[in-house]
Design a protein around this ligand. Structure first.
Ligand code: UDP
Ligand code: MG
Length: 365
């Protein structure tokens, strides 16, 4: 029974009084001089947390002394573990791996270069305890260069906030805390780790932004330059598409297709009218070309829409994906029902349970 209740706690959300376990996820790439101070700061935070905690450091294919130093950390404190990539896959992949290896009920992500301040972690956890699903940081006093970092970031945040209709100041802040369930549903690729709050909000998570401290880099160098902005803009287009049309691509491509088809038909009607009433030669009329082009384009857009619909269906029937998320099932445990079948039959309940399972049965298949 005790086993069952701890299992339930780890899967249920919005229980403000439950102090669950915590995993800190830290991606590092060539951060050799930051490893020891990072270890000391994280250890101090863990010691004060008063709840089960672990640190999952993802070494993203470092080529300097980062890994040997991480080995020492793991040997010193068994709450630390290191997931070592074979090569440098990028911060997003490192974050995704960290989230998958983390076991905590709550997961906190932070940079490994000490620009985020681990002393903010208890404050963020208290927000989770208040009932939020995801807490994201805002580096209000950001300590980075003005022209190459702060100004582009401010503009990008404004554009992203406007396009996604999600009020946010600082998507680039890695310091975030989220419930396990939220992390489980994320699928990060490209530069997607920046969009975690937006993707989580899209899946129904209760999000809150908090001001966090930020420090200038003392050791090592930043891994990013201005070129990153382009990658972020491209990912923004993907995210916008996901938010609005992921489950029904035909709504986008169908509209575009029908609009272009209408323009094509208008062009063709113009060609015929000009021939009938003005005697204008059809073959020499540029509107004819326009009409043909629009018709072909509309067929293309509609076909892309249909392909999109087919891939959406494939996506949702694969594995356990569902186009909805369930926060909680009231009046029924989210685990299998621990009552003997005979008992159920005796109570004439078996038919009712088969008709109303706590989870869609097909998820397991
Ligand atoms: N990082 C990583 N893989 C990469 C690039 C960066 O794991 O390919 C890590 C890096 O070691 C740091 C965090 O991601 O812990 C943030 O990187 P950085 O400080 O260079 O970004 P900035 O703070 O300048 O935006
Ligand atoms: Mg940094």
């Amino acid at each position: 029974m005790e086993q069952l209740s701890s299992n339930v706690n780890s899967h249920r959300i919005s229980e403000p009084t439950t102090l669950g376990s915590v995993s800190l996820v830290v991606p590092v790439y060539n951060e050799e001089d930051n490893i020891e101070p990072l270890f000391l700061q994280l250890r101090a935070v863990l010691d004060d947390l008063k709840r089960p905690a672990e640190v999952v450091i993802v070494d993203d294919g470092s080529t300097d002394q980062t890994l040997p130093r991480l080995r020492k950390v793991v040997a010193t404190d068994n709450r630390f573990c290191v997931v070592q990539f074979r090569k440098n896959y990028g911060q997003t992949a490192a974050m995704q791996a960290g989230l998958e290896y983390a076991n905590g009920d709550v997961i906190v992500t932070l940079d490994g270069d000490l620009q985020n301040d681990p002393s903010d972690i208890p404050m963020m956890l208290s927000k989770i305890d208040e009932g939020y699903d995801l807490v994201h940081g805002w580096r209000k006093n950001r300590q980075d260069t003005l022209v190459t970092r702060k100004i582009p970031s401010k503009i990008a945040n404004k554009i992203i906030s406007y396009v996604t209709r999600f009020p946010i100041h600082d998507l680039g802040c890695t310091l975030k805390a989220m419930r396990r369930e939220i992390a489980d549903e994320l699928e990060l690729y490209g530069e997607m780790h920046r969009f975690i709050p937006i993707l989580a909000h899209w899946r129904g998570a209760k999000c809150v932004e908090v001001e966090t401290k930020h420090h200038a880099r003392k050791f090592g160098t930043t891994k990013y330059g201005l070129a990153r902005t382009i990658r972020v803009v491209l990912d923004l287009i993907t995210v916008k598409y996901m938010l609005d049309y992921y489950t029904s691509p035909m709504k986008l491509f169908g509209r575009v297709g029908l609009g272009i088809m209408a323009a094509g038909m208008a062009s063709m009607a113009g060609v015929i009218a000009m021939k009938v009433f003005g005697g204008v030669d059809m073959t020499g009329n540029p509107l004819l070309l326009l009409g043909v082009m629009f018709t072909l384009m509309s067929l293309q857009a509609l076909s892309v829409g249909l392909l999109g619909e087919a891939t959406t269906r494939l996506y949702y029937t694969r594995d356990s994906r569902r186009p909805f998320t369930v926060r909680e099932v009231l009046g029924r445990e989210p685990t299998t029902i621990p009552i003997a079948r005979e008992t159920l039959q005796a109570n004439h309940l078996s038919n009712r349970l088969a008709n109303h399972p706590a989870h869609p049965r097909s998820r397991a298949s």
